[in-house]
Write a protein that binds this ligand. Structure first.
Ligand code: UDP
Length: 240
């Protein structure tokens, strides 16, 4: 299903997709493939904001589960998202796509701070803006960062590229009979605790009427298919 009047999107990529077939870290070849997909989306005329997670390197919850202070572990997770952002910036610029990385944790030597009006200007000039470090605070995730940036940059939709091809009524990994929704409402996602994004991210999208499109980014060419209204996906929105 094609979303009408989509000019500016926020594309959120889970950190784990940057691993490619590896068990950890960044696979530069797979990042290069993702960059080609982002380039094709940009060349189709879209303005693109990117948010990349950090789960391929470090998740705060995992650190806390092993005895670390949660906030400290979350800061490590945020730094991981900056590494991923730089890897994607590198891959995009190698194929001629102009980018800027803006981080919610200031790091003057490596990237810009998040400045909304400057990000706006970058988009106007045809650059892809990669927002790193989530919301810049512990106890959040990059899903919330993606929802926040989508709202403040007035994106028409939030595309969440991940390892699964949509939202299911139960976990498809453990339940072979799990059913995928084509569309589902924000409220149903929240009430059913359906694993799409954090509740805070879903609520922020709901309150700002930003549709969330969940799809698998692992298959080559899938982003283009999804953006053209084909392919397997779930759209989370108000009326479903
Ligand atoms: N994180 C955080 N605040 C944020 C965004 C991220 O503390 O605003 C930390 C948190 O520890 C999280 C990690 O960074 O686990 C990596 O982000 P996330 O888990 O969202 O990555 P993804 O699952 O998308 O790869």
């Amino acid at each position: 299903m094609l979303l009408p009047n989509t000019k500016r999107i926020l594309l959120k990529l889970s950190g784990e997709v940057l691993m490619g077939a590896q068990p950890f870290g960044i696979d530069p070849q797979f990042v290069a493939q993702l960059a080609e997909e982002v380039k094709a989306a940009k060349n189709s005329g879209l303005e693109i904001c990117l948010v990349i997670g950090g789960g391929n390197i470090f998740r705060g919850m995992a650190g806390a589960a092993r005895g670390m202070d949660r906030a400290q572990a979350d800061y490590m997770g945020m730094l991981a998202t900056v590494m991923n952002a730089l890897a994607m910036q590198n891959a995009l610029e190698q194929i001629g796509v102009q980018t800027r990385v803006q981080s919610a944790i200031q790091m003057d030597q490596v990237c810009e701070p998040v400045i909304r009006r400057r990000a706006e200007r970058h988009l106007e000039k045809g650059r892809v803006v990669i927002f790193a470090a989530g919301v810049g605070a512990p106890y959040f995730t990059t899903d919330s960062g993606a929802a926040l940036r989508a709202a403040e940059m007035k994106c028409d939709a939030l595309y969440k590229g991940t390892s699964v091809d949509g939202v299911y009524d139960s976990d498809p990994k453990t339940n072979a009979a799990a059913q995928r929704y084509d569309t589902v409402s924000y409220d149903k996602v929240l009430a059913g605790n359906l694993k799409v994004m954090d509740a805070s991210a879903v609520a922020l999208c709901r309150d700002n009427d930003i549709p969330i499109v969940v799809f698998s980014i692992r298959e080559k060419g899938n982003l283009a298919r999804i953006l053209s209204g084909m392919g397997v996906q779930t759209i989370v929105r108000k009326e479903a």
